[in-house]
Design a binder for this molecule. Structure first.
Ligand code: IVH
Length: 684
């Protein structure tokens, strides 16, 4: 009996690791998340009964590590080398000529060209196929032990070889099994893909938090801090390219075969590398990637050209820490200097003020750049960026160009220190700062810069859902003076609309019809539509249920508000502040007079005794049939609760296509995962 369970346990581990590899390395999952979740739960149940069976390759151990107070040191089994640079084709040719003189075999050498990813070099140790240690490069001799952090990176196999073929039904044997050396040390580059980096920054910016400067530093910082849970919440992945050391087994002797071999073992390996018979072809290929570097999903600062024959490469020896058998062919840096003519300030929907650089136009990598982000006011102060400075500017991938810092030596003395505005540049009202946040806000709801964004938000799908009121019309309404705040929408007359360009009878009727309908929108959505800082759709639902109407909500004090689960002092303060503002009170009064004052309906909101009572849900990704709001309404009408972020208390993650980091967090916390069909099933 126990034997049978033990073999089931081993099989489960293999299957889960297999599906994890399909998802995170190959990007080709073959089972639903619900099925994945079932396997994981079965595994957890067995582990709870037999904790002595747990081995280091158990998928439940990915995020199990506790924060440490320091990293220990790891001596690398052999030096972790660097690379000499070539800046252009002639440098690469000169390299070849040099090494030809050292060894005749170079005449007939083949070359492998690989991307040179700008990330953090990591060294992964496997003993008897198990991932046992991971380290940073450090000084090349000794690195830092970041094993617990690296375990959370799902692209890293916990056990090799990963079974790379689906072995269900269970009786089938895999077609090929490679037995890796008993001790294998591989090297790769950990990084955050550009798209993921931008999504991360966007989220931080919306939350008024400090944004990250670039993907490289963010990846490095996330791996070199002491809390594995934080690493797990960052979208870090990696690609491997080298075997640093092997004992107790044979490994291939050419770079090309090494890449194939690593791939077959289940490591993530780039599909960009190609092998060439002569250097000119290798250079040609390198240059196609120089032009096409924006197509790479990560930041690359060049390509690496490597002698394919590793015995030859090894015999060629080193110059300092640089092996002679490879060279980094650097892309021209997308960094230039230009003059910072001024600093502008943009005002977002929530009133966040974001400074940006107004630059002397300059070309970087074929694009003329005139504006660049300066992140936030603290950044300007920390870097001591002054108006009139020569500044170093970087553009990488599709990331918005950013100012790295001033060229202090180029100062002439006329540069001016920058003072953040005390008043909003668009409406001249005083700006405010929320304790603990990095952002400054304009809190005037009538601010013209915010007004456009505000109305756009007010009428959007998750809010009042006024169909047909797109951004163009919003702009027209504001420009014509017909709309000065959101309440004015509800007193628009047909004769007003007909005066606007592009409006005929039908369009005007349709729009007025949609506005009329919005008057009976639910209280949840109305509260969400107000755009109170920190109050999203989920929090709006909680407030609606707790207070029943806006009038009661507006009278709530900090204490009343903090009775709501998950509502902390910052959001409570932001709500109280919002209602305390005369401008907002005025808008609410106007809305009420126009007939917009939703009350909580008895049938609305959470049922006390539904099938989902007592359960907490988080929704991520796009669901096939439900919109986010539909899903929320469905869950709440069955007694469940919907929250924004995944925690140990989350009962289920409802997973759609293209999920965000919530998916990873849920998996790392072992939260149950269902798809839309699974959600419906829960209700029966
Ligand atoms: S090979 C002998 N290959 O670039 C092996 N390095 O400037 C030497 N890097 O520290 C390294 N992608 O962190 C190699 N495909 C690649 C690489 C790569 C990125 C990094 C690596 C190294 C740095 C050298």
């Amino acid at each position: 009996m126990a034997d049978k369970l033990l073999s089931r346990y081993q099989e489960l581990k293999e299957q889960i690791n297999f599906h994890n590899h399909r998802y995170h390395v190959l990007d080709k999952p073959i089972i639903s998340d619900l099925e994945f979740d079932k396997l994981l739960n079965e595994l957890k149940k067995i582990e709870a009964e037999h904790p002595d069976w747990i081995t280091p390759d158990s998928p439940t151990l990915r995020a199990g590590g506790k924060p440490a107070d320091r990293f220990s040191k790891v001596r690398h089994p052999s030096p972790i080398l660097s690379l000499a640079n070539a800046f252009g084709a002639d440098d690469a040719r000169a390299w070849l000529e040099r090494i030809k003189k050292i060894d005749d075999r170079v005449e007939k050498a083949k070359f492998v060209v690989e991307p040179k990813i700008d990330g953090l070099s990591v060294v992964l140790h496997y003993r008897d196929g198990l991932f046992v240690q991971g380290a940073t490069r450090g000084d090349g001799e000794i690195g830092e032990d970041i094993t617990s952090n690296l375990r959370t990176v799902r692209a890293i196999p916990l056990k090799i070889p990963i079974q790379t073929e689906d072995r269900r039904p269970k009786t089938e044997k895999p077609s090929t099994v490679i037995r890796p050396p008993s001790y294998l040390v591989v090297r790769g580059e950990a990084f955050i893909p550009i798209k993921e980096f931008e999504a991360l920054n966007k989220k931080l910016e919306e939350a008024g938090e400090r944004t990250y400067q670039n993907p490289r530093n963010t990846a490095a910082g996330s791996l070199r801090q002491l809390d594995p849970e934080l690493t797990a919440s960052r979208p870090i992945t990696l690609l491997v390219y080298q075997i640093v050391h092997a004992e107790g087994g044979k490994i291939p002797t050419s770079q090309w075969e090494i890449l194939e071999y690593l791939k077959a073992l289940g490591f993530p390996v780039s599909d960009v590398p190609k092998r060439f018979n002569d250097l000119e072809k290798a250079i040609e290929y390198t240059e196609t990637w120089d032009k096409g570097r924006d197509q790479l999903p990560y930041e690359a600062d060049g390509m690496v050209i490597k002698i394919d024959d590793l015995n030859l490469a090894n015999d060629l020896g080193f110059v300092g820490k640089d092996p002679r058998g490879a060279i980094a062919y650097k892309f021209p840096a997308r960094e230039v200097t230009t003059t910072l003519n001024d600093i502008g300030v943009a005002v977002g929907r929530t009133g966040v003020l974001t400074p940006y650089a107004i630059l002397e136009p300059v070309e970087i990598g074929g694009v003329i750049v005139e504006r660049a982000t300066l992140h936030n006011f603290d950044y300007i102060a920390e870097k001591d960026i002054r108006v009139g400075d020569r500044v170093l500017l970087k553009r990488a991938g599709e990331v918005i160009p950013y100012v790295i810092g001033p060229v202090v030596d180029a100062r002439k003395g006329k540069e001016k220190k920058y003072k953040p505005p005390q008043k909003c540049p668009a409406c001249d009202q005083a700006v405010e700062h929320i304790e603990g946040e990095v952002a400054w806000y304009c809190v005037n709801t009538a601010c013209p810069a915010q007004l456009i964004r505000n109305i756009e938000h007010f009428v959007s799908r998750g809010a009042m859902d006024i169909v047909g009121l797109g951004i163009k019309i919003v702009e027209q309404l504001i420009e014509s003076g017909l709309v000065k705040d959101v309440a004015d929408l509800f007193t628009l007359k047909k004769s007003d609309l007909l005066k606007l360009e592009g409006f005929a009878e039908k369009k005007a009727d349709n729009l007025l019809g949609a506005i009329e309908q919005a008057k009976s929108q639910s209280l949840n959505r109305f509260i969400a539509a107000l755009g109170i800082h920190g109050v999203g759709e989920v929090m709006a639902g909680d407030l609606a249920r707790a207070f029943g109407n806006v009038s009661a909500l507006s009278k709530a004090n900090l204490n009343d508000l903090q009775q709501i689960e998950g509502l902390g002092p910052n959001i409570a303060e932001s709500i109280v502040d919002w209602f305390a503002r005369p401008a907002n009170q005025k808008v609410l009064k106007k809305l009420k007079a126009a007939g917009v004052d939703p009350q909580m309906q008895k049938s609305e909101g959470r049922k006390q005794d539904g099938k989902l009572s007592g359960l907490t849900f988080v929704v991520t990704g796009t669901l096939p049939n439900f919109s986010r709001d539909d899903a929320k309404e469905f869950i709440e009408s069955n007694g469940g609760k919907v929250t924004d972020s995944v925690s140990k208390k989350t009962s289920y993650l409802v997973l759609g296509e293209n999920p965000g980091s919530k998916f990873d967090k849920a998996k790392s916390l072992g939260v149950k995962i269902v798809d839309e069909a699974g959600l419906r099933k829960l209700v029966g």
